[in-house]
Design a protein around this ligand. Structure first.
Ligand code: IPM
Ligand code: MG
Length: 359
């Protein structure tokens, strides 16, 4: 029997609830496919701060480094907001990305026919949207130095973050963008701010150079402000978007809203080798609804589907999960975030069970 090890980090807020449902789905898929998923649970983020004083212990980092893949729920919450930046829950996420070398963040956004009315945008604008944001994840503003806040002689302060990219960093993320586009509709839009920021002028130059190896992929460029506008004006024009860390953070949240709920979108963060991968919903820990059993587990369940596809080459099982989610939506099951009069209100666990039943 094939055996894969998965580090499972539920995290904070709604993290544990949604992960519980996702793990049920993973188990069921394993049983069906004759694959053993050995899941090891561990604390991360605020829950780790409470237990150990730090958001990510060496032990948990080691666990993730020795696992075939990592599943993460969500980190953070109001409880830990006053802490120093260096030990905030979010640091765990950033450290995992850096230590595992997860430079490519794949965030698909597609519209489910049954949820078209859940979006704040007009049906004719979003019907048929199917795009992927590829976000660079270990460079740019998030990690560049110098960074920090310093006191000035006159008593005021000066805050600094630096957007840095090197040629190899741009090359490898551009390649991911082209490879993903090649397997889809063969359109890649590189998003930058090359009219103002030198870093992204380099970004554009390098992407064009890598593009010479992908003549079958149609490459275009867009400034980030224009892209933010085009995403709500005419999102159907996009197939694959590749962009730097901060731009990708913002644009992927925006893209998620096309679909009606951020509770629907999974993501994969991939490194240079197959055993470096982390899967997580793109939404946060939602402390306001934590423990109420009303969170939407679909993004996490779809993250399991991404793990099966990218880490374990289990394409059929991955597609089966996606199809099950679609069926459940079609049957009218809705968690509170996507609920509309006339549909069946489901709790977090009822949604998980409904997906299981369709598998
Ligand atoms: C995301 C989140 C994180 C980020 C936060 C929680 C650090 O917003 O994954 O998009 O900014 O990358
Ligand atoms: Mg974000």
């Amino acid at each position: 029997m094939k055996r894969y090890s998965v580090a499972v980090l539920p995290g904070d807020g709604i993290g544990p609830e949604i992960m519980h449902e996702a793990m049920k789905v993973l188990k069921a898929v394993g049983k069906k496919a004759g694959v053993e998923f050995a899941a090891t649970e561990a604390l991360v983020g605020g829950s780790s701060i409470d237990a150990h004083g730090v958001p990510l212990t060496d032990e948990v980092l080691k666990l993730t480094l020795s696992s075939d893949a990592v599943m993460l729920g969500a980190v953070g919450g109001t409880k830990w907001e006053g802490l120093d930046y260096s030990i905030r829950p979010e640091r765990a996420l950033l450290a995992l990305r850096k230590e595992l070398g997860l430079f490519a963040n794949v965030r698909p956004a597609r519209i489910y026919k049954d949820l078209i009315d859940a979006s704040t945008l007009k049906p004719e604008v979003i019907d048929g949207v199917d795009l992927v944001v590829i976000r660079e994840l270990t460079g740019g503003l998030y990690f560049g130095t110098p960074k920090g806040v310093e006191k000035l002689p006159d008593g005021t302060e000066r805050g600094v973050n630096t957007m840095v990219y090197t040629t190899p960093e741009i090359e490898r993320i551009a390649k991911v963008g082209f490879e993903v586009a090649r397997k889809r509709r063969k359109k890649l839009c590189s998003v930058d701010k090359a009219n103002v920021l030198e870093t992204t002028e380099l970004w554009r130059k390098v992407v064009i150079k890598i593009g010479q190896d992908y003549p079958d992929v149609e490459l275009s460029h867009m400034y980030v402000d224009n892209c933010a506008m085009q995403l709500v004006r005419n999102p159907k024009q996009f197939d694959v978007i590749v962009t730097e860390n901060t731009f990708g953070d913002i644009l992927s949240d925006e893209a998620s809203m096309l679909t009606g709920s951020i509770g629907m979108l999974p993501s994969a963060s991939l490194g240079a080798t197959k055993n470096r991968a982390m899967y997580e919903p793109i939404h946060g820990s939602a402390p306001d609804i934590a423990g109420k059993g009303i969170a939407n587990p679909i993004a996490t369940i779809l993250s399991v589907a991404m793990m099966l596809k990218y880490s374990f080459d289990m394409e059929d099982a991955s597609v089966a999960i996606e199809a099950a989610v679609e069926k459940v939506l079609n049957k009218g099951y809705r968690t509170a975030d996507i609920y509309q009069p006339g549909t069946k209100k489901a709790s977090c666990s009822e949604m998980g069970e409904a997906v299981l039943k369709e598998l």
